[in-house]
Design a protein around this ligand. Structure first.
Ligand code: ATP
Ligand code: MG
Length: 402
């Protein structure tokens, strides 16, 4: 019978730190991996200081591979077959592995020998295995410098592993290792991409969304939940905070002159977001602002808007072109959701000619026209939260908001 892959061997990502940090990194990666593979209870896990092993126990490997590719902190992983540490068995098993894919290809054998008592050295093992595989197949030829296919042999004391297929991992740091941040999530293209990039740096996310019903629709809210569900593929569950923003927003419109109402509205959003972040132990805000994209994202506007708060704001797509952002949105499968036509609160209240060079003095004078502090506080207090899991979008929770 043909062999089947039994194990997955996982290599850790950018693990430059040592000591306790390294341990935290590995423990978190271990937890996150198990969480991502929760749908496969048959899997068995083992971790060492430089590797993690998963025993597939017959689980459908393609589905497991697809989920593993979303775990940040994994550099690469290989599918492996286990056999006893004995040269004859290693050779015959290697041949079986090589025959699993019969496309004509160049190849080489690479050996890692952690059992130093094994009679052959790594180079000798590689040479013997490669010779045996070549003699018994017709689809392979040797190229040690740029092989299309690498068959890896890992010789350990208790058992040996033969790895015939290697996949690239998601890279980055395990989600959570850097702490928690709050993503300002609109229904647009940019903010989900900003969220993905922030998570990749190891930041666990919660989402904040400003809703202005009845000006914004339930479908706009649904977009945000659907986008969150896509991002939950990388770390789940994710908490979504929805801010009832209508009253504050219409009050701004009533008191603030139209050229500055966008600037004031953004300052109010920042203030509410800062309050919700502090309440939920989020250490940063992150959003999809991109320099120069719209009036509120000129350097002058950013300056005046940022003045409203003191929490750090990370803007992962600040320097990217729209097309670069769209490429990532397509890759992470958020693009199609983002382009659904429902408007969010920013678009609906956009003035005809928003100021691109607001000054702090002018903006503060406008804000002095009304008592905004209690309205901001009310938004923070009345924000509703819901948990979103990967592959499971809950929708009823917001019924009373709309
Ligand atoms: P996006 O495509 O992400 O909506 P955008 O180009 O439309 O971005 P703006 O509408 O100016 O830009 O918003 C800039 C950023 O402010 C967004 O990327 C998002 O992080 C945040 N934001 C805007 N509207 C909302 C909202 N209703 N709720 C939460 N955050 C928002
Ligand atoms: Mg937007």
């Amino acid at each position: 019978m043909a062999v089947q892959y039994e194990y997955i061997l996982i290599r850790y990502g950018e693990l430059t730190t040592k000591g306790k940090n390294r341990k935290d990194f590995i423990n978190l990666l271990f937890q996150n991996t198990k969480q991502a593979l929760k749908a496969f209870p048959e899997l068995e896990y083992r971790k060492t200081r430089d590797r993690m092993y998963i025993d597939l126990h017959g689980a459908e490997e393609e589905r497991v591979i697809a989920r593993l590719k979303t775990v940040f902190g994994i550099h690469s992983f290989s599918l492996a077959v286990k056999c006893p540490t004995d040269m004859e068995t290693i050779k015959t098993t290697a041949l079986e592995v090589a025959k699993m894919d019969e496309r004509p290809r160049t190849f080489k054998v690479e050996t890692k020998r952690s059992d130093k008592t094994f009679p052959l050295k790594s180079m000798e093992i590689s040479r013997e295995v490669a010779g045996y595989v070549l003699a018994n197949t017709t689809h392979l030829s040797v190229d040690v410098r740029k092989p299309e296919y690498v068959l890896q042999v890992e010789v350990r004391h208790d058992a040996s592993y033969l790895m015939g297929r290697t996949e690239k991992g998601a890279g980055g740091y395990p989600v959570g290792v850097a702490g928690k941040g709050l993503l300002m999530l609109s229904g647009g293209i940019d903010s989900p991409v900003a969220g993905y990039l922030t998570m990749k740096r190891g930041v666990k996310l919660e989402m904040i969304h400003f809703a202005s019903p009845p000006y914004t629709s339930e479908q706009a809210q649904q977009k945000v939940l659907d986008l969150t569900e896509k991002l939950a593929a990388y770390a789940q569950p994710i908490k979504v905070h929805t801010v009832p923003f209508t009253h504050l927003q219409t009050t701004i419109n009533q008191y603030v002159k139209s050229s500055l109402n966008m600037t004031v509205m953004r300052r109010m959003m920042y203030r509410v977001a800062e309050g919700v972040a502090r309440k939920n132990n989020c250490l940063i805000l992150t959003n999809g602002e991109s320099i120069g994209q719209v009036a509120s994202q000129t350097l002058h506007s950013m300056n005046v808007i940022n003045e409203a708060i003191s929490i750090p704001v990370i803007r992962p797509v600040a320097t990217m072109d729209k097309l670069e952002i769209i490429d990532i949105a397509k890759k992470i499968d958020t693009y199609e959701i983002s382009i659904r036509p429902f408007e969010d609160c920013c678009t609906i209240f956009t003035p005809k000619s928003p100021a691109t060079r607001p000054t702090l003095a002018d903006v503060e004078a406008e804000e002095a026209r009304f008592e905004w502090e209690p309205l901001v506080q009310k938004c923070i207090d009345e924000t509703q939260a819901v948990m979103i899991h990967y592959n499971q979008v809950e929708t009823d929770e917001f019924a009373d908001l709309f």
